[in-house]
Design a protein around this ligand. Structure first.
Ligand SMILES: [Zn+2]
Length: 356
């Protein structure tokens, strides 16, 4: 299985400050009915890819979110256009290890003073979280997505890991790490880097390192939420300037996301959201998927497209139809499957039938 947001891999896996301006979505762009993450690899020939694309498209999946290099996206975007299937570039946003050697100072620091660039990153080795407060971090990330937008035929970019490190893991994952997370533990609480501390002190007169109970300080919480929102707005502005769509894989609801991973996605201003509604990670029944969609829509601007991200391994093939109906009844736009590769012919038949 491809690596992706940590949760998927493990086991199965009014803002206080102004947040800048953004441009609106590219005019006239019609959004896909349903999506799927993954679905291809760079070893496939053009003919093989066209066949794969036709299989998805003919069963109601209009957009694919593969991971890969800019070169791969250049090749498959053209083929996607031929097959009528949108290709969106799925790329991690804040969890990126590639700058450690040259810029260790760009990485987030926890309340114990340990950097994600150091020898002991939180939870897993590939957890290398950047700090959103660094202008250079914002610039390098915006540039990366901007370059993707220059690829002819690519429909959009898809942000993943667009958050801080998990303060709280989903309930069902905590035992796998031998954790009982009933409070904000300092080793998972970010970011206390010099830049964040300085910026917050200028604003509030308080050094967050001096707080006895930082979890109870709403100004400190909002500051960190806002630093990420500002970075996302910079990406959105650039992607829209280039006429492409920008979406993200986010945590289940805005409220859960703020608490668990400091991700206030209700303020991201993206073209669509694909929350990862993996009920099995939370010990919830399938009906929870519809509840999350409904709750999220109450926080978003009217008409915002929300797609329910489904963990294919945790649902029955026959249930795809009832989940689709439930999502639509709760105001959702459609589904997104993790992963495309895991969809059987039966799954696709059920989906196609449900769309009628
Ligand atoms: Zn920081």
């Amino acid at each position: 299985m491809e690596r992706r947001d940590f949760l998927k891999v493990s086991g199965m896996s009014a803002l206080a400050m102004s947040v800048g301006s953004w441009t609106s979505a590219p005019a006239g762009k019609k959004l896909p009915g349903n999506w799927a993450w993954g679905g291809i690899n760079d070893k496939l020939t053009d003919d093989e890819l066209l066949k794969i694309f036709a299989r998805y498209k003919s069963h109601g999946i209009d957009a694919l979110l593969p991971e890969g290099s800019n070169e791969l996206y250049a090749r498959i975007s053209k083929l996607g256009m031929k097959a009528g299937l949108e290709i969106h570039a799925w790329r991690w946003t804040m969890n990126r290890g590639q700058y450690i050697k040259d810029h260790p100072e760009w990485y987030a620091v926890n309340r114990n003073g340990e950097s994600c660039a150091g020898p002991h990153p939180p939870y897993v080795d590939y957890y290398r979280w950047l700090c959103p407060s660094h202008e250079e971090v914002k610039d390098v990330i915006v540039k990366d997505y901007s370059e993707l937008c220059d690829i002819p035929g690519l429909a959009g970019v898809h942000l993943d890991y667009v958050r801080y490190c998990d303060i709280y893991l989903p309930k069902e994952l905590q035992p796998k790490y031998h954790l009982v997370q009933d409070h904000e533990m300092p080793e998972y609480d970010y970011c206390y880097c010099d830049t964040c501390r300085k910026l917050f002190k200028e604003q509030s007169g308080i050094d967050p390192m001096d707080m006895k109970d930082p979890a109870s300080n709403t100004a400190w919480r909002d500051f960190r939420l806002n630093q990420l929102v500002k970075l996302v707005h910079a990406i959105v502005e650039e992607v829209h300037r280039k006429g492409k769509l920008v979406t993200a894989a986010v945590f289940p609801t805005p409220a859960m996301s703020r608490t668990m991973v400091r991700q206030d996605w209700s303020k991201f201003n993206l073209d669509a959201y694909l929350p990862m509604l993996y009920q099995n990670f939370y010990g919830e029944p399938e009906s929870w998927i519809g509840q999350c969609v409904k709750e999220s829509l109450t926080e978003l601007p009217k008409g915002t497209p929300v797609y329910a991200g489904l963990f294919r391994g945790a649902i029955q093939s026959a249930d795809i139809a009832s989940i689709y109906s439930m999502v639509k009844e709760n105001g959702g736009k459609g589904l997104s499957f993790f992963t495309a590769d895991s969809l059987s012919d039966d799954d696709l038949k059920v989906l196609k039938k449900a769309l009628r």
